[in-house]
Design a protein around this ligand. Structure first.
Ligand code: UTP
Length: 302
């Protein structure tokens, strides 16, 4: 392995230019990435996960009507002063988590949503010649340690490219990108291949690709080709498969739970799980759920 392949992961790319059609009409004006998971928008949770992993620079691949996302990370002196004046120090502290220091945020535009691979390619000049993390913001994970921090640990040991994975029920493999790994039983394993939506009987494992990546910059040379893949989109998976011919890829099995917030039921479940796990809201949420659990659904609001 090239010694350069263990350079630290300092930059994260957040592709947030998708149309969020599954969430319409909620996402007609408001970006999907701004939907709140309990008390914070999805994008803030993703940025916090990146910070926990030691990442210092944040690159947003934005699109039409998505300016709210970057506005969310602006420091608002008037709001701070007002909270100070009202002695709302706990809120002030919460608010500070959405502040990113000057010079650490970069924004690029994906003018048309041509696919995830194309969105990542749009960050090429901002990333430059170094490894970087990619976050799919509509996937959230819950665990003692953040998903990206677990991946960075593995990257620091093995270098190369890293893909986060987690098990899905065998009969549902046809819905996911599934990894063919050398050793399914261990937490970090070399990846042999990726298979898109295999039937359960053809699936090489039940580990699905959950939406967090650490990639080497050579991926951009492949994305330069702008190869159109499934669904008429430029797919990141296709580019990773090609990179796999010359570079190592490892799977990191997430220690924790995964929630797909990109559709209604996944988002509802994520809100319940995150609220239950929250030190501030957990107990009260549990009480609320108990109220509904045995109720006839039709009369649930009564
Ligand atoms: P999704 O596949 O969830 O697409 O993208 P989407 O457009 O957001 O949502 P649906 O399927 O229409 O409901 C996963 C992530 O990749 C980004 C999205 O913003 C989302 O965070 N993305 C996807 C882009 O930035 N550009 C694209 O061309 C496609």
């Amino acid at each position: 392995m090239n010694k350069d392949m263990k350079r630290p992961v300092r930059k994260a790319v957040f592709p947030v230019a998708g149309l969020g059609t599954r969430f319409l009409p909620a996402t007609k004006v408001m970006p999907k990435e701004m939907l709140p998971l309990v008390d914070r928008p999805l994008i803030q949770r993703a940025v916090e996960e990146a910070q926990e992993a030691g990442i210092e620079e944040f690159i947003f691949v934005s699109g039409r009507g998505k300016s709210l996302i970057t506005q969310h990370f602006e420091i608002q002196p008037e709001l701070r002063e007002e909270l100070e004046r009202r002695d709302k120090l706990a809120l002030l502290e919460k608010l500070s988590h959405s502040d990113i220091p000057s010079g650490k945020v970069q924004i690029t535009m994906q003018q048309r949503a041509l696919g995830l691979g194309h969105a990542v390619w749009c960050a090429k000049n901002l990333v430059g010649d170094e490894p970087f993390a990619v976050f799919l913001v509509d996937v959230m994970t819950l665990g003692e340690k953040g998903c990206m921090a677990q991946m960075v640990d593995a990257y620091n040991q093995h270098g190369g490219n890293v893909i986060a994975s987690s098990p899905v029920p065998r009969d549902l493999t046809y819905k996911y990108g599934i990894l063919d790994v050398e050793n399914e039983g261990v937490d970090v394993s070399p990846i042999n291949a990726m298979v898109e939506k295999p039937k359960p009987e053809d699936a090489p494992s039940n580990l699905h690709i959950l939406g967090r990546y650490i990639l080497q910059p050579e991926i951009f040379d492949i994305l330069d080709e702008r190869k159109i893949g499934a669904g008429g989109e430029i797919q990141l998976t296709d580019a990773m498969e090609k990179l796999m011919e010359t570079q190592s890829f490892s799977s990191v099995k997430l220690k924790g739970e995964t929630y797909d917030c990109g559709h209604h039921l996944g988002f509802i479940e994520a809100n319940i799980a995150f609220a239950l796990a929250d030190p501030e809201f957990g107990d009260a949420t549990h009480e609320i759920l108990k109220k509904y659990i045995n109720k006839d659904r039709k009369n649930a609001a009564a």
